[in-house]
Design a protein around this ligand. Sequence first.
Ligand code: FDP
Length: 342
Amino acid sequence: MDHAADAHRTDLMTITRHVLNEQSKYPESRGDFTILLSHIVLGCKFVCSAVSKAGLAKLIGLAGETNVQGEEQKKLDVLSNEVFVKALISSGRTCILVSEEDEEATFVEPSKRGRYIVVFDPLDGSSNIDCGVSIGTIFGIYLVKDKDNPTLDDVLQPGTNLLAAGYCMYGSSCTLVLSTGSGVNGFTLDPSLGEFILTHPHIKIPKKGKIYSVNEGNAKNWDEQTTKFVEKCKFPTDGSPPKSLRYVGSMVADVHRTLLYGGIFLYPADKKSPNGKLRVLYEVFPMSYLMEQAGGQAFTSKQRALDLVPKKIHERSPVFLGSYDDVEEIKALYAAAEENNA
Ligand code: FDP
């Protein structure tokens, strides 16, 4: 028996303990962020449980509604959204919520208002629900300027203003990855304890990866730079071996693998979708923030992704994110094209 390992295991770093430790570095902190996070964690635990029981509980199936992006909403999306909205409002720490499922931002009534803005996609990767493939929740947290007078402008901030971001992946295990601005940590839900335990401290993305992740079915509509980049992944000209292709079609799963193994995830613009598919506030920003915090990069084809200033809450943007060197390559292709056009 490995007593040393067991002894180690008796000192469990739960996500709450971790955030409290972080908070203690700021003496002026009043614990509001820890309270907010515990409500997000509650939402994640609920969704995790609902996802794992979905087949049994016959939760799968259309709810008969269509969301703002014109996609059919599944019951689990509806349920997850309701749970997160209620958990966030009841935390008493939020003032504006932006959810992928709701057309308008939710302004929390004054009696329940706090300082934080939460942007989130309660259940991302919905096309994978019915077949039981990994899906996830993505969230980003901002501070409001004036709690007594919150406006939509408070939400339309660049990603560089994020205070924290994370995602929870409902896969073979339930993993919550979080950054509060000083690195990235991963926590795995121990179902017997009902607690997220720190299992992936200080995640650093490899500087260069061996995997690219993209929906190649869209290739005929890509621009020249994306086409060239993917061609180089398959037929490298520098003597390196070709990269492997992995694409789940759930952003959380594809980004999680990219974060741990390295490589690049891309959802570029194409002729049919000139702004790409992914939403700036609750997909591109949180994932770009995590990538940068882990030592990687995120690029839109024009600029650093976190520098975008969205004009609408459901705005979309192309994105290339992952290992530093891999993103550097696609940046170079766009820079060269710009030079040629100048
Ligand atoms: P989904 O449509 O299944 O909800 O933005 C949502 C998203 O999934 C992402 O999770 C995923 O990365 C992407 O769309 C997949 O899009 P494609 O099916 O066009 O590849």
